[in-house]
Each structure stands twice: as C-alpha cells, then as structure tokens.
Design a protein around this ligand. Structure first.
Ligand SMILES: C[S@@+](CC[C@H](N)C(=O)[O-])C[C@H]1O[C@@H](n2cnc3c(N)ncnc32)[C@H](O)[C@@H]1O
Length: 285
C-alpha cells in the first residue's frame, strides 16, 4: 500500500520546483533563504485569499460539520505549515473518533505555530461530548538536525524548502496566544510540552492516559519513531495515527513503514491528498 503514496506538489509547488533549484545554485545561501521566505510568504497569502473566496462562494451550499470545517480552516490557515488539506484531514480524523466515541487524548508531536493542533482541539470541542485532554509536544525552538536515517541519495525529502536546524519554528508564546488567548481553549486540559521528543516523549508514556488521535508532524525519522514507539500502545482500537510528512520526508516514511511492519498493522494507509497519511489502529497490533 505504501508505495502508492506519492508526493503531489500543487501547481505553484511545481513551478517553484522548476525555478528554485536554479536560484539555489546561483545565489549565496543567505540570499536564497531570503528569496525563499519572501516567495513562500506571498504564496501563503495568496492561498489564504483564494481559500477565503472559495469558502465564501460555497457557504450557501454547505451546512453542519462541513461549514464548521470551512470556518476553522479559514481561521487557522495562517497558523499552519501544512496548508488546507492538512487542516481538513485533522478535522476529519477528529470527526471519526468523536462519531465512534473512541476514548482518549489528542496528541501532536510537531506543533510549530499550532495550526493543526488548534484544528484538532477546536473540532473536538465542537463535535465531542466531553472536553478531551490535549498534549502538544515540540521543542518550540524549531527542527533538530536530521540523522543518517533521514537521508536517501544525499537528500532528506522531496521539498524545496531548506530545513536547517531551527527551521519550522513556532514559539511556545505564539502557540499559547493562539490556543488560549485567541481560541479560549481550556488551559487545564491543554498541555504544551517543550523540549526534544528524545527527552520529553518517553517520560510522558506513564503520564498520558489513552490516546485517541496521535498526529506526528516532526519531519524526521527519530521525530516519528520515538512517538510511535512510546505512544502507539496507549491507543485503543479505532484510534487514528496521522503522519503528516509521509511522502515528503524520507525518514518519516521509513519510521512509519518499519513500525507498521514490526507491529503487523494491516489497516490501510489512507492519503490526505497532499502526501500525508493516516491509519486506524486495528484491534490487534
Ligand atoms: C513541520 S513543523 C510542524 C507543523 C505544524 N503541525 C503546523 O500545523 O504547522 C515540525 C515541528 O516539529 C518540531 N520537531 C521536530 N522534531 C522534533 C524533536 N525531535 N523534538 C522536538 N520538536 C521537534 C519542530 O520544532 C517543528 O515545530
């Protein structure tokens, strides 16, 4: 099943993949980084406006949970690196566990500025019967260096974005502002755990209860493998694992494939439409 999940760049992504490598070759690293951030920022703004127009146009024709999903996606797009489909997928997975009444917390490892974490928390608050515990793990200092397990042919993934240590940064203050000040989530049930997963995840195995949704968005091999090794056993059957970077980051895919093989997980990898995947925890695994 896994080999069918491929990286699917958008049209803008394809254009960028044609133009940016040339610029990368001719520009000094610092200048390229600046040009990239400028282009990425403008692209995100364009996407935001485009999505707003689309949502407004279809508003009279959608109702119920779809309307809520549109509204939250528009609200949270500026706070995520995952884009619209990652947000919609996060909403859909929460909807599944709420409908099936799967008990447990919502956990994300790789929060950055908090967009997808906020989506899961807000969707659960709107659709669930009771407030769930939320655990959001991140260094809140950006990415660590990749390790040898992340590389294939000298590359760590399919993206054009440079990902040095400290990139994809979202600070804990930014996330607190979004979750608590702007969205009014319950501080007592929303735990932001700061530090490297290598240090923070293993001790939390004994602290967190059941986990209904485990969303992994840490890009690298270890950042995917460590939460799977520690948290998967805390999930009841019917819970969902989301792997945001499956088709874009080689290490994330490797960790996921190894883990599914080891545990003989037979439920299919379902695609989110942009290279992320998710799967349901089967009864025995
Ligand atoms: C792609 S971003 C997450 C995107 C986010 N979910 C969103 O909605 O935009 C990856 C995040 O994973 C975090 N991360 C990756 N590996 C980590 C590790 N080993 N320990 C702590 N944080 C890590 C980085 O700090 C970064 O914030």
């Amino acid at each position: 099943m896994n080999e069918v999940v491929a990286y699917k760049p958008s049209i803008a992504g394809r254009v960028a993949r044609t133009v940016l490598p040339g610029l990368r070759r001719i520009l000094p690293t610092g200048v390229y980084g600046f040009v990239y951030e400028l282009a990425y920022g403008s692209y995100k703004k364009l996407l935001y406006v485009g999505h707003g127009v689309k949502v407004a146009a279809r508003r009279p024709f959608v109702s119920g949970n779809r309307k809520l999903r549109d509204k939250l996606t528009f609200r949270l797009l500026p706070h995520t690196m995952g884009g619209r489909k990652a947000l919609e997928n996060a909403f859909d997975v929460i909807e599944k566990v709420e409908n099936a009444k799967v008990d447990g917390a919502i956990v994300e490892c790789g929060v950055a500025e908090g967009g997808t974490a906020a989506m899961m928390a807000m969707a659960s608050r709107a659709l669930g019967e009771k407030e769930r515990e939320k655990w959001f793990f991140d260094s809140y200092e950006g990415l660590p260096e990749p390790t040898a397990e992340d590389y294939s042919d000298g590359r760590v993934g399919e993206f054009i974005r440079p990902l040095p240590k400290g990139s994809c940064l979202g600070t804990i203050e930014q996330v607190e502002e979004l979750l608590f000040d702007d969205l009014g989530l319950d501080r007592a049930r929303t735990h932001l755990v700061k530090g490297w997963f290598q240090d923070t995840v293993p001790p939390h195995k004994a602290i967190i209860g059941d986990i209904a949704v485990l969303r992994l968005d840490g890009d690298w091999y270890e950042s995917t493998k460590i939460p799977l090794d520690n948290f998967y056993d805390k999930m009841p059957a019917g819970g969902y694992v989301i792997i945001d970077d499956y088709a874009t980051c080689f290490g994330s895919r490797k960790a996921t494939d190894e883990f599914r093989e080891e545990r003989k997980i037979g439920t299919p990898l379902l695609e989110d439409g942009r290279g992320g995947v998710y799967f349901e925890k089967p009864a025995a695994s």
